[in-house]
Write a protein that binds this ligand. Structure first.
Ligand code: IVH
Length: 670
C-alpha cells in the first residue's frame, strides 16, 4: 500500500469506526459485534503504525495512550460556566415562575425540563468539527485543561457529524454510570485494592488524573446539556431545539428531556422522577427547569453567577438516623461562634457522616436538639450534612440541653449578638482561634499559597505570639522561628522562602486571602479587573460597587464593612509595606488601554530567553491572554525551537506565527 492509498483507507476506517462508536456509545444500538469493531480498529492501528505521519490527534486510535502530564494548564472560559439557583418545593418553583413572567410580560411561557445529573461539569470545544479542548468548570471563570482525559470518554465525539459550525463550545456533565461503578469496585475488591465510596467523587478523581491511561480504565460517560458558543447563523430558537441540533452533530443528549407548558407539568415531571430514580444508571439530585425560548433567556440574563432563566428543582435528600453525641464549638475566621454536632458515624448516600453544622443557637433551639438525641441527618448532593430533626419518642430522659457559652471558648472575650443576625460573635480582633482560621485560609492553596504555614505551624506561631495578624507573616524573624519546637533550620529556610515567594501573588489572590465574607476567587478576579487595585476598591462606596456587574448588596456591604474598619486598613498598610502586590499587573499605557489588550497567545517550543511560565506571565502582564491550544480565536502563536503540531495547526487556521524576537519588539519600550 502506498502513502496515498493508506491515507484514503485511514479516512474511510475513521469514518466507519466513528459511526460504530457513535451507534454503540451514544445511541446504544450497535450494528456490529465487538469482534468486527476490534478488527476495524486494529486495521487502522496497523496502517497508522506504518505511516505514523498520518496519525492525527482526533483519530479513534488516539483516545488512549497519551503520555502522562506534569500538571494541568489553566483555561479561561470565554463564556463563564454558571451555577443554578435552587427550588426545594412546589412553592419555590411557582415563585420562580411568577417572578419571571412579570419580567417577560408573558404569563404562559414554556419550559424545558431536564434531569440534573450529579457529576462534573465540563466544557468541550470543537474547531472545524474536531474536538480540540476540554476543561473542568473550575471557579466558573477558569478551569483546567483535561482534554486528554475527556478523549478517553467514548461518547464524546472526536469528530462531529452533519452540518457542524466552524467553532463550537458545548457544556455537559460527566458521570460514572452506576452499573459500571459497581463492576469497577467489585474488580478492585477482588484485586485487594480499596474500593470507592460513590460514583460522583470517583468520576471527579478520574477526570483529574494526570495520566489519561488511568482515566481510560474508568468507563465514564457524558450528557451534553447546553450550547455555550458557536459561529453560525443558524437560529435554533429554543433550548430543546438546540439540544436536538447538538444530537444531530453526534453528541449524547439525555432522552428524558421534555417540554412543560406550565408549572403543573414541571411538578409532574419532578414527582415522577422521584419515584423512578432507581431505574436510571446515573445519579440525579433534581431536575433543571429552563425557560425554553432563547430570546427570553437572553432577555432575563444572569444575576451573580446564576442565570435567571433556569433553576434546579432538587429532589428530597437522602436521610439516615443516628445519635447526636455532643455539641461543640468552632470559632470562624470572622469571629462567628459555630456550634457543630458530633454524630455517631453513619452512612448517608455512600458517604460516612461524623459531624454536621448546627449554624447557631437559634437553629439548635428551633430543631429542639438535645445532646444524646436520636436525630435524622441528611445530605443533598454536595451540600454539607444537616440534622433534619430529633426523634423525641426515643428520648430516655438522659438527654441534656446545650447552652451557648457567654464567653469565647478561645480567648474568653464576652460574646455578642449582632442586630438581625442569629450568629454569636467574638469581637476580639486578636482572638487566637479566629486568627488560626484566618491564617489557615490566608496561607491556603486558593489564597497566598504558603506551603508549610497551614495547620500546626500557623497555630504554633500564633500561640507563641509571633503572629498577631496575617500581615505579621511577612515580618517573621529567622531567630524567633528557630526557637520554636519542631522547627529545624531547614524547615525555617523553606518557610521563609515560601513566604517570600507568596509576595508575588497577584492582588486578586491577596484579596481572597483577607477572608472578607462572600469574596471568593471568582468575585475577587472580577473586582480587580474592574478596579485595577485594592486601593481603588478601598475607596469605593456601596453605590459604585453595586454598579459593578455580578456584585449584589451582600458583597458590596461585606467589602465596605471590611475596609471601613481601621484595624483592617492597618493590616493592609502592613501588607503593602511588606511589598505585596496591590495593583493589577496589567500595564496600562498612556492611552489607557493595555498594550496587548485581549490578544490571545499560544506558546510552543523552547524559547531562548524565557521559561514557559516567564513568557506567559509577561504576556499576561501586558494584558494579553494565554491559551494552551491553537484555535480560530488565537491571535498569535509564539513559537520557539521544535514547535511541533501547533505550528501546522496555526498555519491551517491562518494564525500569525511570531518568534520570541518579534514578541520583544511588540512590547519594546514598555
Ligand atoms: S444547565 C446556565 N443542565 O448543575 C445553566 N446544568 O448547579 C447551567 N447540571 O454546574 C447549567 N445537569 O454541572 C444544566 N441538565 C442540566 C444539568 C446541569 C446537571 C449541573 C451543571 C452545573 C450545575 C449547576
Amino acid at each position: 500500500m502506498d502513502r496515498k492509498e493508506a491515507a484514503n483507507r485511514i479516512t474511510h476506517l475513521r469514518t466507519v469506526i466513528d459511526r460504530h462508536n457513535y451507534l454503540y456509545f451514544v445511541e446504544n444500538v450497535p450494528e456490529i459485534g465487538d469482534g468486527q469493531y476490534d478488527k476495524l480498529m486494529s486495521e487502522l492501528r496497523d496502517i497508522e503504525n506504518t505511516f505514523p505521519d498520518l496519525i492525527t490527534t482526533q483519530s479513534p486510535t488516539q483516545r488512549v495512550g497519551a503520555a502522562p502530564l506534569i500538571g494541568f494548564s489553566e483555561i479561561s472560559h470565554e463564556i463563564p460556566m454558571l451555577s443554578l439557583s435552587n427550588a426545594f418545593s412546589d412553592d419555590d418553583l411557582t415563585a420562580w415562575y411568577h417572578r419571571l413572567y412579570s419580567m417577560l410580560d408573558d404569563t404562559n411561557f414554556e419550559m424545558a425540563c431536564e434531569l440534573k445529573y450529579d457529576g462534573l461539569a465540563v466544557s468541550l470545544r470543537y474547531e472545524n468539527g474536531l474536538f480540540i479542548q476540554g476543561a473542568t468548570r473550575g471557579n466558573g471563570m477558569t478551569g483546567e485543561d483535561i482534554t486528554l482525559n475527556l478523549k478517553t470518554i467514548n461518547s464524546i465525539p472526536l469528530q462531529l457529524q452533519g452540518e457542524f459550525p466552524q467553532t463550537l463550545e458545548v457544556r455537559g456533565e460527566v458521570y460514572f454510570p452506576k452499573s459500571e461503578f459497581d463492576k469497577f469496585n467489585a474488580r478492585r475488591d477482588q484485586e485487594g485494592l480499596h474500593t470507592y465510596a460513590n460514583p460522583r467523587n470517583t468520576a471527579a478523581g478520574s477526570l483529574r488524573q494526570l495520566d489519561s491511561n488511568v482515566t481510560a480504565g474508568r468507563p465514564l460517560d457524558v450528557f451534553i446539556y447546553s450550547l455555550a458558543q458557536m459561529d453560525s447563523d443558524l437560529s435554533l430558537g429554543t433550548q430543546l431545539k438546540t439540544l436536538n441540533y447538538l444530537r444531530s452533530l453526534g453528541f449524547k443528549i439525555n432522552p428524558h428531556n421534555i417540554l412543560a407548558k406550565d408549572t403543573q407539568e414541571v411538578i409532574k415531571y419532578h414527582t415522577s422522577w422521584i419515584q423512578n430514580l432507581a431505574s436510571l444508571d446515573y445519579d440525579c439530585d433534581g431536575i433543571v427547569v429552563k425557560v425554553n425560548r432563547l430570546d427570553y433567556q437572553q432577555h432575563l440574563g444572569t444575576i451573580g453567577r446564576e442565570p435567571r432563566w433556569a433553576t434546579a428543582y432538587k429532589f428530597p435528600a437522602v436521610q439516615a438516623q443516628t445519635r447526636l453525641l455532643d455539641i461543640r464549638l468552632n470559632v470562624g475566621r470572622t469571629g462567628s461562634i459555630n456550634p457543630y454536632a458530633v454524630l455517631d458515624p453513619v452512612e448517608v448516600g455512600g458517604v460516612i457522616i461524623k459531624q454536621a453544622t448546627l449554624h447557631n443557637a437559634d437553629y439548635i433551639e428551633s430543631k429542639d436538639l438535645k445532646i444524646g438525641d436520636w436525630v435524622v441527618v441528611e445530605r443533598a448532593g454536595e451540600v454539607i450534612p444537616q440534622i433534619v430533626r430529633s426523634d423525641k419518642d426515643k428520648r430516655t430522659g438522659a438527654e441534656t440541653y446545650f447552652a451557648m457559652p457567654a464567653i469565647c471558648p478561645s480567648c474568653g472575650t464576652i460574646l455578642v449578638n449582632r442586630k438581625d443576625e442569629a450568629a454569636t460573635y467574638c469581637t476580639n480582633s486578636t482572638c487566637p482561634a479566629q486568627l488560626e482560621r484566618l491564617v489557615e485560609h490566608f496561607a491556603g492553596k486558593g489564597a497566598m499559597d504558603i506551603e508549610g504555614m497551614g495547620g500546626k505551624v500557623g497555630i504554633s506561631l500564633i500561640q507563641n505570639g509571633l503572629i498577631k495578624d496575617v500581615a505579621d507573616i511577612y515580618f517573621l524573624q529567622r531567630e524567633r522561628l528557630e526557637q520554636l519546637d519542631r522547627m529545624g533550620k531547614k524547615s525555617v529556610d523553606n518557610l521563609l522562602i515560601a513566604i517570600d515567594e507568596s509576595k508575588k501573588q497577584p492582588p486578586e489572590r491577596l484579596l481572597v486571602s483577607l477572608g472578607i465574607p462572600h469574596i471568593g476567587s471568582e468575585i475577587s478576579s472580577l473586582l480587580l479587573n474592574q478596579f485595577a487595585s485594592i486601593d481603588n476598591l478601598v475607596a469605593c462606596n456601596q453605590e459604585t460597587l453595586l454598579n459593578t456587574p455580578s456584585v449584589g448588596p451582600k458583597i458590596s456591604e461585606s467589602i465596605t464593612e471590611y475596609f471601613g474598619n481601621p484595624d483592617n486598613l492597618k493590616i493592609l498598610d502592613k501588607l503593602r509595606s511588606a511589598g505585596l502586590n496591590m495593583v493589577s499587573e496589567t500595564v496600562i499605557p498612556s492611552e489607557g488601554i493595555p498594550l496587548l489588550s485581549d490578544l490571545r497567545f499560544v506558546v510552543t517550543g523552547r524559547l531562548e530567553n524565557y521559561s514557559r511560565t516567564e513568557i506567559q506571565d509577561l504576556i499576561k502582564k501586558y494584558g494579553g491572554k494565554v491559551s494552551s491550544s491553537v484555535s480560530k480565536s488565537t491571535d498569535y502563536l509564539l513559537a520557539g525551537q521544535d514547535g511541533g503540531s501547533k505550528l501546522a495547526e496555526a498555519a491551517k487556521l491562518e494564525v500569525q506565527i511570531i518568534s520570541e524576537h518579534d514578541f520583544e519588539t511588540m512590547v519594546a519600550g514598555n
